[in-house]
Design a protein around this ligand. Structure first.
Ligand code: GLA
Length: 373
């Protein structure tokens, strides 16, 4: 306990820290600290700082459960954030495209913004052309979660949110818990659990955008990526899967061995924004992707229990927002690797089911593991 901040001590330490310098001092110590970050919907918003033994620092807000930065040293010891984000809550309130956010109740798209379950058709908001994207108009990325700091041996926060029956058109009161934990070997683990009182689709993910160089002056097209997926789900012009599970072999979607993202990029109109069908025999936590960059020497491995990975190359980034490093977020300056069930599963009976029944517990784990050499 000696070097450790427990929840009570954190509040005592930070509640009286009125200037950012004081907060930087507290954040340099291993553990979890928090500071006031504003107010949304009459609820207090905080920014939590998780610092591990290695000195990596991850900041997460209970607004949208958003990871706002992950600061780590590159191969030369220079520290920068590998996750895109901003320093102020007001920028997140301008609805950036899900930077770092928790996404739910249904990550990615549901076709024609509707699905039928047990004979009832549920209508959702069409917030992306004819489709529903990332949980609707006010998804889990735009709500204030209840946060607590667990009495854990590792820097961690627990977020809870009750999504009410009928919220954004979905059936059932869905009780969601998300635990973020930063390990000493630079693994950022996200553990999701949920229960419901009516059958409902659930597909939770985190929408962090990465640029391993730490500067969005560098496009991510020079990063190398390997994805353990022999198949992907081709999409229609509105980005809804056609239902086919297509072999990646001989296509630009073949990342089975590490490949420069830019290598076949011009052969993918609009850029990569596709769900990869991960090779797996069961739902154990397994390594599914490896991203690396020679400029920084950083490597990021993705582990998950999920069957799919949405690889998105920031095709819609248009320079409207400016990253921590002061540079505009232009097209292809960051990428996402969103672990998930496949898009539009509620309308695709052949895809792995996303339906959570009363009495069942939704449980999903994803870990992003960073190293440098
Ligand atoms: C996901 C989608 C993309 C885009 C982004 C957010 O990755 O697949 O099409 O909507 O979210 O901009």
């Amino acid at each position: 306990m000696a070097k450790w901040f427990n929840a009570g001590l954190i509040i005592a330490t930070v509640a009286f820290a009125s200037c950012s310098e004081a907060q930087h001092e507290t954040s340099a110590t291993m553990g979890t600290t928090k500071k006031d970050w504003g107010e949304v919907d009459g609820k207090q918003v905080y920014l939590y700082t998780l610092t591990n033994k290695a000195g990596d620092v991850v900041t997460i807000s209970n607004y949208g459960g958003t990871i706002t930065s992950w600061i780590s040293p590159d191969k030369n010891g220079n520290k920068s954030s590998i996750i895109i984000g901003f320093d102020s809550l007001s920028t997140y309130r301008q609805n950036p495209p899900y930077f770092g956010a928790l996404v739910g109740r249904y990550g990615n798209r549901i076709g024609k913004a509707q699905f039928t379950l047990n004979g009832t058709t549920y209508k959702l908001a069409a917030n992306n052309g004819p489709n529903s994207l990332h949980g609707g108009i006010k998804g889990f990325d735009k709500v204030v979660w209840d946060a607590t700091v667990p009495d854990s041996t590792q820097p961690s926060i627990t977020l809870k949110y009750l999504s009410k029956d009928g919220e954004e058109g979905y059936p059932g009161n869905l009780d969601v818990t998300v635990v973020y934990t930063l390990s000493d070997d630079d693994g950022l683990k996200i553990e999701y659990t949920a229960t419901t009182d009516k059958a409902t689709p659930v597909n939770l993910t985190n929408h962090s955008y990465f640029n391993l160089t730490g500067s969005v002056k560098n496009k991510i097209l020079d990063h190398y990526l390997q994805i353990d997926a022999d198949r992907y789900t081709p999409v229609d012009p509105t980005l809804i899967p056609t239902g086919e599970l297509k072999a990646v072999k001989g296509t630009p979607f073949d990342f089975t061995t590490a490949k420069k993202i830019g290598q076949d990029f011009s052969a993918v109109p609009g850029g990569y924004d596709h769900n990869f069908v991960l090779n797996r025999k069961d739902s154990s936590l397994q390594k599914v992707a490896t991203l690396s960059d020679s400029v920084s020497g950083r490597t990021l491995e993705v582990y998950t229990t999920e069957p799919g990975l949405q690889f998105y190359t920031g095709n819609f980034l248009d320079g409207k927002f400016t990253n921590h490093d002061g540079n505009p977020l232009l097209v292809n300056t960051a990428l996402c690797m969103e672990t998930q069930h496949f898009p539009d599963s509620p309308n695709k009976p052949d895809f792995p089911s996303t339906i959570l029944e009363p009495g069942q517990t939704y449980h999903s784990i994803t870990e992003y593991k960073l190293s440098v050499k």
